[in-house]
Design a protein around this ligand. Sequence first.
Ligand code: GLU
Length: 469
Amino acid sequence: MKILKLKTRFAPSPTGFLHLGNIRTALFNALLAKRNDGCFLLRIEDTDFDRSRPEYIAALLEDLRWLGLNWVEGIGVGGSHQPYLQSERESVYARYYRVLEAMQLVYTCFCTAEELVLSRRAQLAAGRPPRYTGTCARMSSAERQERLNSGLQPTLRFCVPIGQIIEFKDLVRGLQRFCSDDIGDFVIRRADGTPQFLFANAVDDNLMEVTHVLRGEDHLANTPRQLLLLEALGLSAPNYGHLPLIVGTNGEPLSKRLGDLSVRKLRAVGYFSEALLNYLARLGHSYGSDLWMDWNELAAGFSQERLGHAPAHYDEIQLLHWQAEAIRHASIERLWCWMGPKVWELVPTKLAEEFVITVRSNIRFPVDALFWAERLFSTKMIRSAESQDAINTAGHEFFGEALAAYNQNGANYQTLICELQRRTGAKGKNLFMPLRAAFTGETHGPELARILTILHHTETVRCRLLSCI
Ligand code: GLU
């Protein structure tokens, strides 16, 4: 028997931009593969022609690359199971329809969407779980032929066996048990000839030798259907694990906010990919450590035993914490690039490094860096109301003394502070707050000593103090 290497996959449908939920699924599959020295595959499930769009494929490839979730087999990188776009695999699926047809395990179905809706409604009204009632299974072959001749385009339904118990061990949720009688005969090929997700996805996982599938809990009900299909085709099934959905802090599913949480948007506001990864790797999985981890550490500590099945709560504060950690771990050069052109325009290149060091623990996004660049380098002084109050309370004399102390001591912060304290008798907050307000126009912010150094270099200390006199 051929021993298969562990292989996971991410199989998105390109019907929208990737959001936090999708990338958590991609991440867990990538980590599981990496942890086990296995292979991470990317397959595009674009069989729904109406909703799939090429620009979403391009976007998802770019997003995954940006996140560093590098797949070693699949679209764009190749492999021995090409093609990896399901829209190009019609002939593969046709082969398997024929196998099922030969075993009389499928039949054509002419029920219209309206008829199916009415049937569902009637079953629900009668308190029964809705499932296909088998109308077309009972059709005579003459009638079937007549409908085909009249040009009607049927779907293809799989005959679900009666009275079969379907069991599988979910990697996350443990033993799962379903009864085939609760599952109606289901469509595996649409009327337009395209395969249903259930079918193409199960066949491809087998043909592409995928051994482990971590996917959202919303797919749990699909699993018994896919297991029945694979069994009928004589194909082995992967190990499935269903991850809890991500919910907001109020317990509601995140779906409504997913637009805001698309990778594109998070990237555009300036999230670091490592911040997203450190955050998501802990959403439904525990490491037993709150420390920052790089990709290798995230993979080394990943274990399917540590996957939880309680709902995973999205918490922006946590995400911001990991963003701050990412900033703490980033190099000065990287932060400078990340700050962007508006900051580069304001900050003189010779002070770039000093600026980054000064503001790095006070910022989360480039827009915050721009805020401080404007406060420190803009010729037009901007002051918050609180800082104006602090300046007024300190009074003109205070700043006159500050100017004299600066003229005497230059940019030596400690000496300047001692001298100012000696001259004014002010201490603590009464000493630092007005000085900070005069220098930055704010009452909180980066270390004052560093700010003094920067303003000294740009020769703006005097004019800022003078403007308060
Ligand atoms: N194309 C499916 C989706 O995006 C894949 C489901 C699965 O992972 O099996 O939901």
